[in-house]
Design a protein around this ligand. Structure first.
Ligand code: PLP
Length: 458
């Protein structure tokens, strides 16, 4: 362990956790008898559990968040100093960290002009949905209210975000969901839906087909992840994005890019959309924005959109009638400023490109060795390894098998993630998203752990 964790405190916390904490995304029955998984410390890209075991964290805090790694005292100090100066004031007023970070963030996003602060990825996406609906209400007589989303994308856990989610199993049991969200097909070429040469164009054309079916004057926005993360690490094929942009322009549809995972360096650029030459109307971001040192998320948008909310100053409805209390916390933007300083000071975008290439080469080598790997895909330090029972049938391996791979990696001291779909026919993909500080040696350890685990499980 890196520092002094008191064994009595640890065992009591473990017991308290077992008795009182309702964990996210877990079946709790097995936890009654299994050894609890508690993370007590982190430094760099290593974490320590309650038993004192060290793990290399190849998923940045379990859900691709801790981009600059653990134990950053410059972020902690900046947050501490800001909290004693001013911890909070409602978003109706300005604060220095909020103003400074907005300008800094927008300097990385040419073409975008305004930032709206909230606290989670879900909330950021919800705000855009509300903005789109309000634009429709004020400027299109309520007609352009539909929001398109893509199969396999994920935009959060609230009811509207689930309605806009392309992973149906997440929404099961939570209906009825809000109306007006319409799905377009996924674009994963490995699991082809069309037998054509230009797959990217075909998949984008499928969006146009949905628009025409729904009535183009009823569609207000298209919400997409630049690279689908939790739906199986899906990088849209060549030709997809330019065609998507063209379709949005043609039908006057606002393009909302969800950068909650890809944003702030994960793919080797500040934002995932910047690989594809897209000009979004909205960008949402959360997770890596402050690397988990404070809760912060943002919507960034254009002056063109912003101006739609001040069309008639004499009308009491002519502004965005929305508030989120903790959007006024200063810890978020101050942590985000220092997070960005670290990325620049330590050239972490460049490291992400180099280490992403190394990781990719290693994973391709594993594919040559292990028949169970059907596909390797990703950009930068966001990589996926799809596991199949058979390369011809492409039937996914079972959830139990994937969980076993993850467990063996953990036994070998490496935390990796897995996308498991409870529904048949969807992909089963290992996911790797180490902090952007990862070194060559650590990339090699990650790939070695996967190699061993695949050898043992299959
Ligand atoms: N959007 C994407 C692409 C995500 O992957 C997630 C979470 O994993 C969210 C939105 C929701 O973010 P949050 O959990 O902060 O609400």
């Amino acid at each position: 362990m890196t520092s002094v964790s008191n064994p009595n405190e640890l065992s009591s916390a473990t017991e308290l956790d077992r008795n009182h904490v309702w964990h996210h995304l877990l079946q709790h029955k097995p936890l009654e008898t299994s050894e609890p998984f508690m993370i007590v410390e982190g430094k760099g890209m290593r974490v320590w559990d309650a038993q004192g075991r060290q793990c290399l964290d190849a998923v940045s805090g379990g859900i691709w968040t801790v981009n600059v790694g653990y134990g950053r005292d410059t972020i902690a100090n900046a947050v501490r100093d800001q909290l004693v100066r001013l911890n909070f004031f409602a978003g109706t007023a300005g604060t220095i960290p909020g103003a400074v970070f907005a300008e800094r963030l927008l300097s990385k996003m040419p073409g975008l002009d305004r930032v709206y602060y909230i606290n989670s990825g879900t909330e950021a996406n919800e705000k855009v949905f509300k903005m789109v609906r309000q634009i429709s209400a004020r400027h299109h007589r309520g007609r352009k209210s539909k929001i398109l989303f893509r199969e396999r994308d994920y935009h959060g856990s609230s009811l509207a975000a689930l309605a806009a989610g392309g992973q149906p199993e997440r929404a099961m049991q939570y209906g009825p969901l809000p109306e007006g969200f319409v799905q377009v097909p996924h674009c994963l070429e490995y699991r082809k839906q069309w037998n054509v040469e230009n797959y990217g164009i075909r998949a984008a054309d499928a969006i146009e087909e949905v628009i025409l079916r729904e009535g183009s004057d009823t569609v207000g926005a298209l919400c997409l992840e630049p690279i689908t993360a939790g739906g199986g690490i899906i990088v849209p094929p060549a030709g997809y994005w330019p065609r998507v942009q063209e379709i949005c322009r043609k039908y006057d549809i606002l393009l909302h890019i969800d950068e909650v995972v890809c944003g702030i360096g994960r793919t080797g650029r500040w934002f995932g959309y910047q690989h594809f030459g897209i000009k979004p109307d909205f960008v949402t971001m959360a997770k890596g924005l402050a690397s988990g040192y404070a809760a912060i998320s943002c919507v960034a948008t254009t002056n063109r959109v912003f101006d739609l909310f001040k069309d008639d100053p004499s009308d009491p409805l002519s502004y965005f009638r929305d508030v989120s209390t903790f959007g006024g916390c200063t810890a978020g933007p101050i942590a985000a400023i220092e997070n960005m300083n670290i990325i620049e000071r330590e050239a972490l975008l460049e490291n992400t490109v180099r280490m992403g290439e190394r990781l990719r080469r290693k994973l391709e080598a594993l594919k040559a060795k292990h028949e169970v790997i059907g596909d390797v895909r990703g950009v930068g330090l966001l990589q996926g390894v799809e596991l199949v029972q058979n390369r011809v049938s492409k039937i996914p391996v079972t959830e139990a098998q994937t969980q076993r791979v993850v467990a063996v990696c953990r036994e070998n001291g490496v935390l990796i993630g897995a996308i498991n779909r409870a529904l048949p026919g969807l992909n089963t993909t290992l996911c790797l998203a180490p902090p952007l500080i990862v070194s060559e040696n650590e990339i090699d350890c990650i790939s070695q752990a996967i190699d061993d685990a695949l050898g043992r499980v299959f």
